[in-house]
Design a protein around this ligand. Structure first.
Ligand SMILES: NC(=O)CC(=O)C(=O)O
Length: 312
């Protein structure tokens, strides 16, 4: 598989201060975005993802991000047929078993894109985060379902099959504090702002924008979330399959805390590798200290989950 390497950034690591950012010993690491070609053959897709992750780890990636719905085509017809029961153990969920085994064996963090999850009589579009010990550290169910209708261009109704998740997901990993969203979740700036307020270094969005919204909004939204929150944003899309019922835009990307694109690609299958350095977050926030200049006397973002449970 083709591997793209981005520009390297090397900076000294210093303590991060705003937004309760947690201090991480090692600030520099490599992230890999596996922009996978997805077919109708689930077994093949799982084996293919396995090879890509192994290749990314060989290239030095400590964090690997997979696309939204990487184990079957993105389609309401497929979701119910191929959904896996994540909580029922490895036998019931071959996709999760593969990701767990690899993260433990390769000692890397994996943001497992998303797969259709069956839980009781409900289906979710779910992303699992695996620590370097192979354990699931977090599970994000897509909060905002992709229901849009742009006549003659793009109509999709995820809510025909999926149920929306009920909670934001922020995870402490070996490679920093990571906020998770899935695709359409990126359009909701409040979610990103809550993650930033809870000390996230990086926001990861497995996503599959399309040929209508992709060219206009995909990069724009990633750069906006990164610039608004002054942190890193990474996205990973499936590669484009022109004759698929849903044609993905591709263009998996990493954006830095100044809103700058650090690494990106076109629509073919590829592994994008980029260097992430969290010390840049503090540096950018020092240069441009708008986080401290907010008019909290005029407007406030309320973290409802914290308010209701007292927990982050
Ligand atoms: N597929 C999605 O969830 C979102 C998308 O394509 C868009 O927001 O546009």
């Amino acid at each position: 598989m083709l591997v793209l390497l981005s520009v390297n950034y090397h900076h000294l690591c210093t303590k991060l201060s705003y937004y309760d950012l947690v201090f991480v010993e090692s600030c520099g690491f490599k992230i890999a975005l596996c922009q996978l070609l997805v077919t109708a053959d689930k077994e093949r897709n799982i084996a293919h993802a396995r090879k890509a992750i192994e290749e990314a780890a060989e290239k030095g990636a400590q964090l690997v991000l997979l696309p939204e719905i990487w184990n079957i085509p993105y389609s309401n017809d497929y979701f119910p047929v191929y959904a896996e029961d994540i909580d029922a153990g490895a036998g019931a969920s071959p996709s999760i078993a593969m990701l767990s085994e690899l993260s433990e064996r390769l000692k890397i963090t994996i943001i497992g894109g998303s797969i259709p999850e069956r839980s009781g009589d409900k289906l979710y579009n779910t992303c699992c985060v695996f620590g370097a010990d192979g354990k699931i550290k977090g599970k994000h169910r897509k909060i905002h379902l992709f229901d849009i209708d742009i006549p003659g261009r793009m109509t999709f109704k995820e809510s025909m099959t999926f149920t929306a998740g009920e909670s934001p997901t922020i995870v402490d990993t070996e490679v920093g504090r990571i906020g998770i969203g899935i695709c359409y979740d990126i359009r909701f700036q409040e979610l990103a702002a809550i993650y930033a307020a809870r000390g996230a270094h990086l926001l990861c969005y497995p996503g599959a924008f399309n040929m209508t919204t992709g060219p206009l909004h995909w990069e724009l939204l990633q750069r906006a979330r990164a610039a608004d929150c002054q942190l890193y944003v990474a996205t990973c899309s499936p590669a484009r399959v022109d004759n698929a019922s849903y044609v993905a835009w591709g263009h998996s990307t990493v954006v830095g805390p100044f809103g700058e694109v650090i690494a990106t690609t076109e629509h073919e299958e590829v592994i994008v590798i980029a260097e992430i350095d969290y010390s840049l977050i503090e540096q950018r926030r020092t240069y441009l200290p708008f986080q401290k200049q907010r008019r909290g006397d005029l407007y406030q973002l309320v973290d409802v989950q914290r308010l209701n449970t007292g927990k982050s």
